[in-house]
Design a protein around this ligand. Structure first.
Ligand code: PEP
Ligand code: MG
Length: 289
């Protein structure tokens, strides 16, 4: 007998009132997709790439193969790959630096821009992999427009170099994570990006000044705090007004207790860990919006 949640897995997610909600999956290792029936989700909303940066920094071919595998699995469905988000809770030996306050330090896009020789290898792998599916690329921990522009410029430079050599490649749409409060408060600064994806794990910890990995302040670390929800609602409203897609890929997206508030805040696209896919769809079906 199938559980109630499993009966929802096979169908597109809709609320009780018939509002469609796209539900994608979060993955890390490319083998994560092996056990997932692609028809049960709307693509990959977040592929974390830090895992690739385990012991040694991976070469272009290794990365290209990893990205290509996921793109081929997804077929026409979108696959959003995030450029390396090292630092903070995700240190990478040999890449991240020792810092007194790593959550506020050289992490995410800041580190990639500080180490362009490493970043360019990932960019080349992504440009080549884009030929094999519906790739979107997003940058983590963006705080100011200049970071997006510099990262996009590196993509353009690598694409031009490939074009000269006749290497098959496609420029993917480039978007950003919304996880630093500066972006959530003033999204209009970023109105040229292709899409937004709300990283509620980091957004919540920075809004509440409560570390995501510290159990003693976990009671403060709530996405349902009105300040956090208001920011999410305003980003969703901005996206709607400007026709910029807005999704959410933090852990709250798969939490049945948070889902009603997220849909109420205006989100219509969530990305959840595969194990929560069925439960998230069942929770969406209970929402009366
Ligand atoms: C987030 O911050 O919500 C997020 C999705 O990214 P990560 O958990 O990898 O920092
Ligand atoms: Mg994050």
């Amino acid at each position: 007998r199938r559980s109630r949640a499993e009966t929802f897995l096979a169908r597109p997610a809709v609320t009780k009132a018939g509002t469609a909600v796209r539900v994608q999956v979060n993955i890390a290792d490319p083998s994560d997709v092996d056990g997932i029936d692609v028809s049960t989700c709307d693509g990959v909303g977040l592929m974390r790439t830090e895992f690739l940066f385990g012991k040694t920094l991976p070469d272009e071919e290794t990365q290209y193969r990893a990205y290509r595998k996921v793109l081929e699995w997804a077929g026409d469905k979108p696959v959003t790959i995030r450029t390396v988000d090292a630092g903070g809770d995700k240190p990478v030996p040999g890449f991240t630096v020792e810092e007194g306050n790593p959550f506020l330090g050289l992490r995410g896009i800041r580190l990639s821009l500080a180490r362009p020789e490493v970043f360019r290898v990932q960019i080349r792998a992504l440009l080549r992999a884009a030929v094999h599916g519906n790739l979107k690329v997003m940058f983590p921990m963006v705080a100011v427009w200049d970071e997006y522009q510099r990262a996009a410029a590196l993509f353009a430079e690598e694409q031009a170099a490939f074009a000269v050599r006749g290497v098959a490649q496609i420029m993917p749409p480039l978007g950003i994570m919304v996880e630093v409060p500066s972006v959530a408060i003033a999204p209009e600064v970023f109105s040229e990006v292709a899409f937004f994806s709300i990283g509620s794990n980091d957004l919540t910890q920075y809004v509440m000044a409560a570390a995501r990995d510290n159990a003693s302040v976990a009671h403060l670390n709530s996405i349902r705090n009105p300040a956090v929800l208001r920011l999410i609602a305003s980003v969703a409203a901005f996206g709607r007004a400007q026709e910029i897609p807005v999704s959410l890929c933090g852990d709250a997206g798969g939490d049945p207790a948070a889902i009603p508030a997220l849909i109420e805040a205006g989100l219509r696209e969530l990305s959840v860990v595969p194990a929560q896919l069925a439960m998230a769809k069942a929770a969406i079906a209970d929402v009366s919006i």
